[in-house]
Design a binder for this molecule. Structure first.
Ligand SMILES: *Cc1c(COP(=O)(O)O)cnc(C)c1O
Length: 374
């Protein structure tokens, strides 16, 4: 039993003393929110880091998703095809927007939405596809775009896990109509709470700007049913500081990942999902699949509980599936979503952050082995 618990992540925070000058400046200017200078500076810097033509900052990713769905003007009550293997915010944003989530199965290599199943689920009421780059694995962006073009659908990506991910050097936020990034404290790059939308179409700039701010166009004109998605200056300052340290964090995580890979690849009951070679890994999570190879021999839950008994807190992201949440129970099952149901029983996110020490990784791996042979 470890004396100090190990959790799945630790938020990346800048040095406290580096934050003070920002606080002093914000306090003396009295400009604390509503598109302040740090807000605007962070938008520009993020646009460069993510290699996207347009970026709008938000107070959290969920607000971003809501605005994205609104900005695309989808017919009320229409169907949005999405994945059940994601965080609750994805289908919730669809439902809150008065749209109907339709759940497609995932494909086993990347655990992202299966394009062939998307095509089967399209009806005359389908208006959009909301795919997720789960754990930073890019969804099948080319095939999804082909389907969208063929059936005249909008495409939104939930890129909450894919900060700085690139496909052959191209920013992941440039695919589809709009992508959403989350800058929540548990995400690699964070503003404590925050998010962003990225998009190519310059016609969306003004629309997203006003939807994010109550639909206000100017002092005298309100043009749309907006909400409050504005990030404040403190969030923006944390973001600017974290932009200076996320790369270092990724380098440290790369070392931790290598250690896990080395130890765990020799365990026959563990499958380590592999990032495609042309994709840069965001290093948001370290996820394994525990393959049940005998009736009561080993299982994800057994490893989860065994580690917990030893003060190591892993997470079963993304179990349960969204189709097992109360509001969506009638919208999918093991029969309609066989891959998603299998994989949700197998996945385990292991502790993963730059400060995780080699001996801690070793200990975690040794305990996983013990769980199997105890
Ligand atoms: C974190 C997350 C969100 C929500 O982001 P918030 O910034 O917390 O609102 C949405 N989708 C996925 C897949 C996430 O992991």
């Amino acid at each position: 039993m470890l004396k100090k618990p190990i959790y799945v992540t630790k938020p990346l925070l800048p040095e406290l003393e580096d934050f003070y000058p920002y606080l002093e400046d914000i306090w003396s200017s009295k400009w604390v929110t509503n598109h302040g200078k740090y807000h605007n500076l962070l938008e520009t810097e993020l646009q460069n880091v993510l290699k996207v033509p347009h970026l709008s900052l938000f107070n959290n990713g969920t607000m971003g998703l809501l605005v994205a769905l609104k900005a695309l003007d989808l017919p009320e009550g229409s169907e949005v095809i999405t994945t059940p293997f994601t965080f609750a915010a994805t289908p919730h944003a669809i439902s809150w927007s008065g749209l109907k989530p339709v759940f497609a199965d995932i494909e086993p290599e990347t655990m992202t939405i299966d394009p062939s199943n998307i095509e089967e689920l399209i009806t005359p009421n389908t208006s959009a596809i909301l795919a997720v780059h789960i754990y930073g694995f890019p969804a099948k962006v080319e095939k999804i775009q082909e389907i969208a073009d063929k059936f005249n659908l909008k495409v939104i990506y939930d890129a909450a896990h894919a900060f700085s991910t690139e496909i052959e050097g191209k920013g992941i936020g440039t695919y589809g109509d709009i992508s959403m990034f989350s800058f929540h404290a548990t995400k690699l790059f964070n503003c404590i709470e925050g998010g962003a939308l990225t998009y190519n179409n310059s016609n969306l700039v003004d629309q997203i700007y006003s939807l994010r701010n109550f639909g206000i166009m100017n002092e005298d004109t309100i043009v749309s049913v907006g909400l409050n998605g504005k990030a404040n200056e403190l969030q923006a300052a944390i973001g600017l500081l974290n932009l200076e340290c996320y790369k270092k964090e990724q380098e440290k995580r790369q070392i931790v990942k290598q250690l896990y890979d080395n130890y765990l690849s020799s365990f026959p009951f563990i499958l380590i999902p592999k990032m495609p070679v042309n994709v840069s890994n965001s290093l948001q999570y370290y996820v394994i699949r525990i393959i049940q190879d005998g009736p009561s021999d080993i299982s994800r839950d057994k490893v989860y509980h065994y580690l917990k008994q030893h003060n190591i807190y892993t997470r079963k992201y993304f179990y349960p599936l969204c189709t097992d949440y109360v509001p969506y129970r009638s919208l999918g099952s093991e029969r309609t979503l066989p891959q998603a149901y299998t994989i949700a029983e197998e996945v385990l996110s292991l502790p993963f952050y730059g400060e995780l020490k080699e001996e801690e990784v070793l200990k975690i791996c040794a305990l996983i082995k013990e769980a199997k042979y105890e």
